[in-house]
Design a protein around this ligand. Structure first.
Ligand code: ADP
Length: 182
């Protein structure tokens, strides 16, 4: 467990389209402690942390060293949601909770089609979801007890997932108060 003072550090990860940003926004609004939602893709773009852009895949390659350097002081304070489609590059010591969102592949296909992704990118992401790539990555990068897999197929999932994370935050607050008074 880390010693973040402002609040926990929660990684929200999953294949593109599984609902990371939707969950992170709702969670930031409902959390009992202020949480700064960092959508890593956007954040890296705003800070020019991209090394290259692949036209064919319509995707950017981020400069990981610079990204981690810039995130480090923010994460050290705590009270952060890191929203990204990959998680293994974040140091294990950073994370208090790792939420992996999952979605049925047909539903995911529809969501990605609405984004007008190239077919190849839809296929690749769909395959990755079926193969549980992000879940495996999370499980091999963090302690089993902090990794939570949550279904994100409908609004009722969204609401119950966020309620569950809020409950987890309440426990985290109580535990940190206990630890700091000892
Ligand atoms: P990600 O950040 O993982 O790429 P988004 O949060 O942008 O995914 O969600 C992609 C699309 O799917 C959005 O239109 C969003 O409204 C929808 N969506 C995501 N999760 C759910 C859910 N649990 N229930 C209903 N719609 C969802």
């Amino acid at each position: 467990m880390t010693s973040h003072t402002k609040g926990p550090v929660i990684i929200v990860t999953g294949t593109p389209g599984t609902g990371k940003t939707t969950h992170s926004q709702l969670l930031a609004g409902e959390s009992p402690v202020p949480l700064k939602h960092i959508n890593i893709g956007q954040w890296a773009k705003e800070r020019d942390l991209y090394e290259s852009y692949d036209e064919e895949w319509q995707s950017h390659a981020v400069d990981e060293d610079r990204l981690l350097d810039e995130l480090e002081p923010i994460v050290a304070e705590g009270g952060v949601i890191l929203d990204w489609h990959t998680c293994e590059l974040f140091p294990e010591r950073w994370a208090d909770l790792v939420v992996v969102l999952r979605c049925d592949h047909t539903e995911l296909w529809n969501r990605l089609e609405k984004r007008a992704y190239p077919l190849k990118k839809i296929q690749e992401n769909n395959q990755a979801e079926i193969m549980e790539v992000v879940l495996d990555e999370a499980r091999s990068s963090y302690a089993a007890e902090i990794v939570v897999e949550l279904k994100s197929e409908g609004t009722e999932d969204l609401e119950s997932n966020v309620a569950r994370i809020v409950q987890w935050i309440n426990t985290w607050i109580k535990d940190s108060e206990k630890n700091s008074s000892q």
